[in-house]
Write a protein that binds this ligand. Structure first.
Ligand code: HEM
Length: 401
């Protein structure tokens, strides 16, 4: 049964909202037999754009991350067919079209709701497909950090899928359709779900808060900055041309020890980060977007932004310019037997080179971040995310064809 009208049918047409930080938005025409709200009608293009969707678009309210492993015996041919299936399915879903004839109807009535589906390849993908010579050095395993408490079963994977949408049913529908389209070629290795604030809940778009209550994302590089592209996306001319215009995603499931955190006074919480909780402004004053005055001392002669404050240690100027685009989802997977929340941050950061983005910053945070006492890294993944395909092509075609 068809869910949506064909071209020319009466209905609503929606266009994408502005992307984060004023980046060029890549919209897709959305057809629907029923009128849609702005939230529902917003569609993001899958093809014909420089980078895959789901990196510079605004964070959506609902997210699912899933890693898949190719089944024993599946190799390059099966992987290519899978990426072709997944790509054409994603293009349909992101335009608000059904997932083929067997569509379950779960997303009926909502439109695409800013759905994005993003695909990446893990280190082991290249062993499984006989493409080790094409494996970029950026996929070398991340170093072990002293505070890591990683669960191997919820880490890594041959293939990674990131799904985001502003409607929970649309997001689930996409996840289920992607899982089914894996068919006999790949099995789910792990899956995690998260959320962000709903669009429209605040009077104007604001930087999101995390589950510790902090404004989180202020220091992110902005697409309008001249070095944004070179910091976040792989430049052309690398040893692996198939990854030109791609990026690397580092994924960490970071549990927040909220029972401990919430016992801290507001003053102590602000000292841990180096910013005000109410509005994200530096402790040295100004507004959210004011630069931190890292050298400023108070009347007691001590640094106003403490030596071990998270915002000081992670600042690019303290890390040789290392920068990453953080685009996380919060998670909450219930309470433990003693009432401890299993909640935190599905930390996802994007960079042109993990050895110049995530790794040096996490090394420093691991050694002396005041936030460390209140968080626990529980799972980890590193994935190479190729550029967006052209119409008629699939993600990773330059690698797999
Ligand atoms: C900044 C929270 C983990 C890298 C911040 C800020 C907050 C925050 C509140 C200040 C506002 C902002 O600029 O966004 C957290 C929490 C974490 C976490 C709650 C864990 C649950 C990490 C990790 C990394 C990281 C694992 C990377 C290894 C950064 C960077 C900045 C930042 C690069 C911006 C610094 C700047 O531009 O000056 N974080 N963070 N954070 N964090 Fe984290």
């Amino acid at each position: 049964r068809r869910l949506l009208g064909t071209a020319g049918a009466a209905g609503a047409t929606g266009l994408v909202l502005g992307a984060a930080g004023g980046a060029a938005a890549y919209a897709v025409a959305v057809e629907s037999p029923t009128a849609l709200s702005t939230v529902g009608a917003t569609g993001v293009a899958f093809h014909d754009r420089p980078h895959q969707a789901g990196i510079t678009e605004p964070q959506q309210a609902h997210g699912h991350l899933a890693a898949f492993d190719l089944v024993p015996g599946a190799g390059r041919k099966e992987a290519a067919a899978l990426m072709r299936r997944w790509s054409s399915l994603s293009a349909d879903l992101m335009a608000g079209r059904p997932a083929g004839d067997g569509d379950t109807g779960v997303a009926l009535d909502a439109g695409p709701s800013s759905l994005t589906v993003t695909f990446g390849f893990g280190r082991t993908f290249f062993d499984r497909t006989g493409l080790v010579a094409q494996r970029p050095p950026g996929l070398d395993p991340l170093p072990a950090f002293s505070s890591d408490q990683l669960d191997a079963g919820r880490s890594d994977g041959d293939l990674w899928v990131q799904i985001g949408a502003d409607d929970a049913l649309v997001a689930f529908h996409a996840l289920r359709a992607i899982q089914k389209a894996a068919g006999a070629a790949a099995r789910v290795r792990w899956q995690m779900s998260g959320f962000n604030r709903s669009p429209g809940a605040t009077a104007q778009p604001m930087t999101a808060r995390n589950l510790m209550g902090q404004v989180d994302g202020t220091g992110n590089p902005k697409p309008s900055e001249p070095d944004f592209e070179q910091r976040i996306f792989v430049p052309s001319g690398s040893d692996q041309p198939w990854l030109d215009g791609g990026s690397y995603a580092v994924v960490r499931r970071i549990r927040m020890l909220l029972d401990d955190w919430e016992k801290l006074s507001l003053h102590k919480q602000e000292q841990v980060i180096g910013r005000r909780k109410s509005d994200g402004a530096p402790l040295t004053g100004g507004t959210e977007t004011t630069e931190l005055a890292l050298d400023e001392t108070g009347p007691d002669g001590k640094l106003v932004v403490p030596e071990n404050a998270h915002a000081r240690i992670s600042a690019p100027e303290q890390n040789g310019g290392a920068a990453m685009l953080r685009r996380p989802f919060s998670f909450h997977d219930g309470f433990g037997p003693d009432g401890t929340p299993d909640a935190g941050l599905l930390f996802i950061c994007w960079q042109a080179d993990p050895l110049r983005g995530f790794v040096p910053v996490q090394r420093k945070l691991d050694r002396g971040d005041a936030l460390s006492a209140f968080i626990r890294h529980e799972a980890s993944g590193l994935f190479a995310v190729p550029a967006a395909p052209k119409k008629g092509e699939y993600v990773g075609q330059r690698l797999l064809e």
